[in-house]
Design a protein around this ligand. Structure first.
Ligand SMILES: Cc1cc2nc3c(=O)[nH]c(=O)nc-3n(C[C@H](O)[C@H](O)[C@H](O)COP(=O)(O)O)c2cc1C
Length: 454
């Protein structure tokens, strides 16, 4: 396609007559992770790729290469290699983003170039009425290299999935930061809530940091402000779409049902769930509570609440009895003695001051109201794994946390409430959700309690 017609006079520095409309349309693009499995005309796919080639490239070398995978069996295999990206199987086509190694590595110029081409293809596909998602999570490089027959002097950076969204797929865009938060005139300037803490150091050399080993990751929420934690959790939850079953692992599912086995019998009244991040626990809780009582879901960021709301709809849960509320500065927006049940699922360890939240819970609970709380336990095999390995990696999308010793948490709870039942969950560091009783309760990977306000 020749975009510049030499016979047509182009007025330089002139606004396109429809630029606002075009930009508006482009801004409507959002990532789709739930495709209908239909196919795309190969000719149109080739046009989309050709559009991508209009992107700039470092030294104009265009050292990119794109491999289209559209065969259903091969898309399925691509999904298997990717691990978590189930949409690889159901999109119409995957366009693997590769580049030739050896030129313009400085400042990742070659990577920047491929990224530009990928985004141009995305916008082309979007304008043509398709949905897309850009994926870095493509899986093991060696497996992919043999699957796609990519030579060693080419790198595979990611894959663009293109297709038609299922009718039921959420039509929702991940929130954007306010523009004045992410740019400054002339000098660096960025608000403190959007600048996350790191371990103090003279320098932060890029190549010393990987996802699995990050010597500068600050895992102690005590060194984060609540505003920083809210900011981090509220944007990062959108790493996936609010689809049913998203953010559910088997391990979590089993541990969660053990946590929920501590719930008291509820006939009516008001329940409050605190900081469920992506709503996995909210989904299970709604199913247990049914329409017997009203549930408020409280989070630090409105972005989590939007996500959880759409998630519940996708899970087929009626919202008649569910409300959503913020926790300004970590406070609960409820009057004293108004709530019958508070649920805090593995959250205290994410807070700079966990006891402050327990004070808030003691304030809002009615007399004889219940608290069901769980926490990752430092005094467990999991605690050792966290100290030796997990805490050496980057901060997870749920935000920074430091497991709490079960004994300490037990003291905090018993100084405010009467413990009715306590459980350890999981003897082994991962994958185990066996309930542990009596003395063993203090040594499970999770410690969970049902308590009553005296
Ligand atoms: C470089 C890059 C890599 C990404 N990798 C993945 C991925 O592996 N899996 C996934 O589900 N989303 C992935 N995404 C999509 C982002 O999560 C998504 O763009 C972001 O949450 C903003 O949402 P939006 O695209 O709807 O505006 C990636 C996006 C980019 C730019």
């Amino acid at each position: 396609m020749t975009l510049i017609d030499p016979n047509e006079t182009h007025e330089k520095n002139c606004k396109h007559p429809h630029f606002t409309e075009i930009l508006y349309r482009l801004a409507e693009r959002y990532s789709c992770r739930d495709f209908d499995g239909s196919s795309i005309d190969p000719m149109e796919l080739e046009e989309i790729i050709a559009d991508g080639l209009q992107a700039p490239s470092s030294c104009n070398q265009q050292n990119w290469h794109f491999i289209v995978v559209a065969d259903p069996e091969r898309k399925k295999h691509a999904r298997e290699i990717s691990g978590g990206n189930h949409h690889f199987e159901y999109c119409s086509a995957l366009i693997y983003l590769c580049f030739q190694k050896g030129w313009t590595h400085g400042n990742f110029s070659i990577v920047q170039s491929v990224a530009g081409a990928c985004y141009h293809m995305m916008l082309s596909a979007h304008l043509r009425g398709y949905q897309c998602i850009w994926n870095a999570g493509i899986g093991d490089q060696d497996e992919l290299r043999s699957f796609l027959k990519v030579p060693k002097n080419f790198e595979i950076q990611g894959a663009l999935a293109i297709g038609k969204a299922k009718n039921s797929a959420p039509v929702i865009k991940a929130p954007r930061r306010p523009v004045n938060e992410v740019f400054s005139w002339e000098h660096f300037d960025r608000p403190s809530n959007a600048t996350y803490p790191v371990i103090p150091a003279d320098d932060y050399p890029y190549f010393e940091i990987t996802n699995n080993v990050n010597p500068f990751a600050e895992w102690d929420p005590g060194n984060w402000s609540l505003a920083q934690i809210a900011d981090f959790r509220g944007y990062a939850v959108w790493a996936k779409s609010p689809l049913a079953n998203v953010y559910v692992s088997n391990r979590q599912g089993e541990a969660q049902s053990v946590e929920h086995s501590l719930l008291p019998t509820i006939r009516d009244g008001r329940a409050l769930e605190i900081m469920p991040w992506g709503g996995t626990s909210t989904t299970a809780l709604c199913k247990i509570l049914g329409n017997k009582c009203k549930l408020s879901v409280a989070e630090l960021s409105s972005h989590n609440l939007t996500f959880i709301r759409e998630r519940l709809l996708q899970e087929g849960i009626a919202l008649d009895n569910v409300s959503f509320e913020l926790m300004p500065d970590g406070r609960l927006l409820h009057k004293n003695r108004t709530i019958d049940l508070v649920v805090i699922p593995q959250i205290l360890e994410h807070l700079p001051d966990p006891e402050r939240l327990l004070d808030e819970v003691a304030r809002v609970l009615k007399k004889d109201g219940h608290l069901v709380v769980s926490s990752r336990n430092m005094a467990s095999q999991y605690g050792k794994l966290w100290r030796d390995k997990e805490s050496k990696a980057q901060i997870p999308n749920q935000g920074p946390f430091t497991p709490i010793e079960a004994c300490e948490l037990k003291n905090w709870i018993s100084s405010r409430f009467e413990i009715e039942e306590e459980l350890g969950i999981g003897r082994y560091p991962t994958g185990d959700a066996t309930p542990l009783l009596n003395d063993d309760a203090l040594h499970g990977r999770l410690y969970a309690v049902r308590a009553r306000l005296k």
